[in-house]
Design a protein around this ligand. Structure first.
Ligand SMILES: [Zn+2]
Length: 634
């Protein structure tokens, strides 16, 4: 409650635009008939509910004091009022009468609210017609907005929406509501407990009554009468469903079938372009007439439980769908642009599971070294590369490789991409202040042997991770750097000392994914001397091995010439030479030079071994390792 009840005046006496300017709200009409919405209206059918009409004759004509109303409605006696008024005088300026009465336990909050409603000439309802409230009324309004401001739209006629409020003096949220609903607003007063309970019931119902939303939105063609709570297999879509639903379901189904990692819905001047990211590259899939943009965006936002009325700020959400029996977790991002809302859906196939370490495409000698490294009892193992380079897959495969019942593995991730059996996985929730650092602190209290931190992206996380690895834990994490040597300097940017790095870090793997040539339509050819130089192999050593390039495309690869991807790796083991270099001259180039002298294979060399194996093309290998420092004469 606002305690400014005794000397109440609307900040602007014409705040409701009623034109009377007398500081008293004439609508809804609270005369003894108990109807609202104007004399001409019959009033909604719930108007016969018990209206606790304060029954003050003449209340509309003249503003009475709260004390007077309380006496007249026999809540307090005249003597009690006089006593309270005296107390108010001796308490000095600023003390509210209502507050004094509340403190003396002479009235309840509800008594005061009721009296306040009478003072403002507003109807007071002790019950709300929950079952008659059209859920479409709240579809554009965030539930948090209703809860925070203790208000709920309860009825609509041609000109007005009636809103129940628990604090009739708090008019600013009503201004917002007027904008959201684009209509005039009448208010009625109800106790906060009644409003809260009604909010929950009405929003519950609105979830499965979304069709009316669309009528509200005046978007033809779109309809959504399905139960959004249930995770239904999209393959069960029927022709009865509205076109926009079939379109969105169809896009999701097709994306899963084509093994796309992302769906982009991009509005432009004249049309909407749908693109899929497959094996790391974007492909145009569909053009949709611009006029369907709003319904398309609304449908996707409803699936992601986002606020469809909000079109000015970016929103993030999640969708759980099932396609052909597979559980797909969709991360949804909506970004307003000049041409409309740009939507990106990232698909995570939870059913497909993580790959095993021996399926990661590591060269055999590398696999042995890595498998040995991750068996260590403590220290830090880092995987590095840009977004989408396969860092997570590498970590998941490594964790599964060492997972057994006698060790406790805990992870903090953003997001949890695959569920690993027997591993405790926690997801970062920035909105509630659970970032990597906070999650890591709570994990450490759970007595872990092995910790996986999705990404180190700040100094706090780096420090805790480093300390954990030096106190008996094996810590896995990723960093966003281009190669293994740059990891050292990145950690130093996070205020980690060179001696700490040299003693804690066991090794760093830089990873990338290169596209695999379609084995059906790839073309064998004679590489030029220059190409052989790039591959780093002599013609003699090639010895009958075939080098392939991308073919024309075929049905199997859907004319992409590539299908699937394979990992390439650069593994830097922190042996004594590397440790010494880090302490003496912690510079990425110096470290890399020493590592190569010690036999490290670079990312480019790893990529070229895939070329020699016929798995990828020279073009692809070069393109995906352009950041490699080696001067290959290109
Ligand atoms: Zn092909």
């Amino acid at each position: 409650m606002n305690d400014n009840v005794e000397d109440f005046d609307f900040p602007n006496s014409d705040a409701y635009g009623d034109g009377t300017g007398d500081g008293v709200r004439p609508l809804p009409d609270s005369d003894s008939s108990g109807t609202e919405g104007g004399a001409a209206s019959e009033g909604p059918k719930w108007a016969n509910l018990p209206v606790a009409d304060a029954g003050i004759p003449g209340a509309r004509k003249r503003k009475k004091s709260l004390g007077e109303i309380l006496v007249e409605t026999a809540v307090i006696s005249r003597a009690q009022l006089d006593e309270a008024l005296k107390a108010q005088q001796s308490a000095g300026k600023g003390q509210k009468l209502g507050q004094i009465l509340l403190e003396k336990n002479l009235i309840s909050e509800e008594d005061m609210l009721r009296a306040l409603a009478a003072q403002l000439d507003l109807p007071y309802y002790t019950r709300l017609p929950i079952n008659d409230i059209d859920p479409a009324l709240v579809e554009n309004i965030p539930i948090a907005f209703c809860r925070d401001n203790k208000l709920l739209p309860v009825a609509r006629d041609d000109f007005n929406v009636t809103v129940a409020v628990a604090d009739p003096l708090n008019i600013f949220p009503l201004d917002d509501l007027r904008l959201i609903l684009s209509t005039n607003i009448n208010i009625v007063v109800s106790p906060p407990s009644i409003i809260e309970a009604s909010i929950n019931r009405v929003f519950e119902r609105s979830n499965d009554n979304s069709k009316k939303v669309i009528d509200e939105l005046n978007v033809p063609e779109i309809g959504m009468d399905e139960d959004l709570e249930e995770t239904r297999d999209l393959l069960e879509s029927t022709d009865d469903e509205k076109p926009i639903i079939r379109l969105v379901n169809g896009l999701l189904t097709r994306a899963v079938k084509e093994k796309a990692s992302d769906i982009h819905i991009e509005p432009y001047d004249a049309e909407i372009v749908v693109r899929f990211r497959i094996d790391g590259a974007l492909h145009d899939k569909m053009q949709i007439p611009k006029r369907h943009g709003n319904s398309l965006a609304s449908r996707v936002k409803i699936l992601g439980k986002l606020n469809i009325a909000e079109k000015r700020v970016p929103q993030d959400g999640r969708i759980n769908i099932k396609v052909a029996g597979r559980d797909i977790d969709v991360r949804l991002s909506v970004l307003p642009t000049a041409h409309g809302e740009r939507i990106v859906m990232r698909l995570l196939d939870k059913t497909s599971g993580a790959k095993r370490l021996d399926q990661m495409g590591m060269e055999e000698d590398l696999f042995k070294v890595w498998a040995n490294l991750i068996e260590q009892k403590h220290g830090m193992i880092l995987v590095t590369g840009p977004t989408g380079s396969g860092k997570s897959s590498m970590l998941y495969a490594s964790l599964m490789h060492i997972n057994s019942t006698d060790i406790n593995i805990l992870t903090i991730e953003d997001p949890v991409e695959y569920q690993l059996p027997g591993v405790g996985q926690i997801e970062v929730k920035d909105k509630i202040g659970m970032g990597f650092a906070e999650g890591l602190r709570s994990i450490l209290r759970q007595d872990p042997d092995v910790i996986m931190i999705g990404e180190i992206r700040d100094a706090t996380t780096a420090t805790i991770a480093m300390q954990s690895s030096m106190t008996g834990h094996l810590v896995f994490s990723t960093l966003h750097t281009n190669d293994s040597a740059a990891t050292v300097t990145r950690l130093m940017d996070f205020n980690i000392q060179a001696f700490q790095i040299s003693s804690a870090v066991l090794g760093v793997a830089a990873v990338r994914l290169v596209r695999k040539l379609c084995q059906t339509c790839r073309e064998a050819y004679d590489p030029t001397d220059r190409e052989l130089h790039i591959i780093g192999i002599t013609r003699e050593k090639l010895a009958g091995k075939k080098i392939y390039r991308a073919g024309q495309g075929c049905d199997r690869c859907q004319n992409q010439a590539y299908t699937g991807r394979v990992g390439i790796y650069e593994l830097m083991i922190f042996d004594d030479h590397i440790r010494e270099t880090i302490i003496k001259s912690p510079d990425a180039k110096a470290i890399k030079r020493v590592a190569i002298e010690r036999g490290m294979k670079t990312l480019r060399e790893s990529a070229m071994s895939k070329v020699v194996d016929g798995l990828t093309s020279i073009d692809e290998a070069v393109q995906k390792t352009q950041t490699d420092d080696l001067d290959l004469g290109l």
